[in-house]
Design a binder for this molecule. Structure first.
Ligand code: ADP
Ligand code: ZN
Length: 433
């Protein structure tokens, strides 16, 4: 077990001390946010002042902040510092609607780079690595966020950007890339391009993939590791919290350590907004502790996860988040049953004859919800009996998982439309949806 750290003192800080640090930073953050036109009046009304914060539990006195608040106050209504101190803005990818804007001071950018560099170090990346980034270098935080962090780590960084897989392939070969940052759906797509061009991804120098930005199952991770012959680590970030660098798996690959010197973590019941029992699934709610341009208090991420109990053998004391179930907005209610795409993905991944791309379409037929699942065959087959068998087995397995039998459609590899950014898994054509 490697026991080396980027910032040992912080990463292995005893819990009591870590909480003390959180209290100090929360006070400081309140002081900064009193200047925000959004939080200032709200704090006054509730009597929230730096001096009134005594423990981490005081976080419950704060109201929640939602994405809608960010939209309503677009673009600068949540700024806590004058705009002359702001050096950059980013926006979320807009996966679930109108984008929102996040502001950064110079210090915010530095702290963000540091948190992500810590995350990279945690999965074994070093200054000797060549890190190739497949995220877009624009408003999406996966571009510049990874860039600054990899530079801080001292690694040779290849800012290849999104798309153009052939160019990625060339860079991987020419520059001897050792680590890739990509969304999981692109990790498999890029591997296919390598294979189609006679390059076995396992033969490249890539030993590590940082995968994140979208939900994926453990089975998909295993598949990615298998095709690349490399380790793939789950990485969580969101623009509102800075971007990548919020939480990452350590080498144990058992939950993502969320850097609690930077965030207060709560898991709440999305309906009642009360904390769930320890270890139970709920919505992740985060408070920033180390940001100044636009601190956010009790931000409802809409991501569903839980905190893994117990200590991590790696020695880090920061809590671990379980793999995300998805966002509360990803949940489909089909025939009265709550379903997440990830449940279906898990089953698809059990079949090596299927690729990891899929599309769920929901329609109203008569008065009923109807689910169609398109899956891609790795290889074209014209054996009808075989396909019929596979169809039956797959729908039975999915029914076991979600209690609903989908109509299954096999399509050739590469025929499910691929989105520019994060994968789109569900098309809901139902009336009233
Ligand atoms: P958008 O909300 O428009 O997608 P962001 O790029 O800020 O904008 O994405 C943040 C969201 O991406 C998170 O709230 C979460 O839903 C998802 N996400 C990020 N990392 C992961 C991960 N490792 N696993 C699952 N979902 C993730
Ligand atoms: Zn660990």
């Amino acid at each position: 077990m490697t026991k080396d750290f980027w910032q040992e003192e912080i990463e292995t800080m005893p819990r009591k001390q870590l909480e003390q640090l959180q209290v100090e930073r929360l006070k400081k953050t309140v002081e900064i946010a009193m200047n925000s036109p959004f939080y200032g009046p709200m704090f006054k009304e509730r009597g929230i002042t730096p001096e009134s914060i005594k423990s981490v539990e005081d976080i419950r006195r704060f109201p929640f902040t939602t994405k809608q608040d960010l939209r309503d106050n677009y673009p600068f209504g949540l700024a806590s510092v004058p705009l002359e101190k702001v050096v950059r803005l980013h926006s979320s990818s807009g996966t679930t609607g109108k984008p929102t804007v996040i502001l950064h001071t110079k210090k915010d950018i530095e702290q963000w780079a540091d948190a992500m560099a810590r995350s990279m170090y945690c999965i074994g990346l070093r200054s000797t690595d060549v890190i190739q980034n497949t995220s877009g270098y624009g408003m999406f935080t996966g571009g510049l966020g990874i860039q600054y962090a990899a530079e801080r780590l001292g690694a040779l960084t290849v800012p290849a950007g999104a798309g153009n897989s052939l160019r990625h392939l060339k860079f991987i070969q020419d520059f001897g890339t050792t680590a890739l940052h990509c969304i999981p759906s692109y990790a498999t797509r890029l591997a296919t391009v390598l294979n189609e061009n006679g390059v076995d991804p396992r033969e490249t120098k890539i030993h590590t993939l940082i995968i994140g930005a979208e939900p994926h199952s453990e089975a998909q991770r295993k598949r990615i590791e298998e095709i690349w012959g490399a380790k793939a680590y789950n990485n969580f970030g969101m623009s509102e919290m800075c971007g990548p660098g919020v939480a990452i798996e350590c080498k144990e690959q058992n939950g993502m350590h969320i850097w609690e010197d930077n965030y207060i973590v709560e898991i709440v019941d999305p309906q009642t907004l009360e904390p769930v029992k320890e270890g139970e699934l709920g919505e992740l709610v985060l408070t920033t502790l180390n940001r100044e341009a636009m601190p956010l208090f009790r931000y409802r991420t809409r991501d569903l996860t839980r905190i893994l109990p117990g200590d991590c053998p790696c020695g880090r004391t920061h809590k671990r988040l379980a793999r995300f179930q998805g966002r509360s907005d990803d949940m489909m209610i089909v025939k009265g049953v709550n379903i997440y795409p990830i449940q279906i993905e898990k089953v698809i991944m059990e079949y090596p004859e299927l690729t990891s791309d899929y599309l769920i379409t929901l329609d109203t037929i008569g008065d009923n919800d109807e689910m169609t699942l398109e899956v891609e065959l790795v290889q074209l087959v014209d054996d009808y009996a075989y396909l019929q068998n596979l169809n039956k087995e797959l729908s039975r397995r999915i029914k076991d998982e979600i209690l609903i039998t989908p109509r299954i459609k096999f399509v050739p590899k590469g025929s499910i439309p691929q989105s520019e950014g994060k994968a789109v898994r569900v098309k809901d054509n139902r009336q009233n949806h």
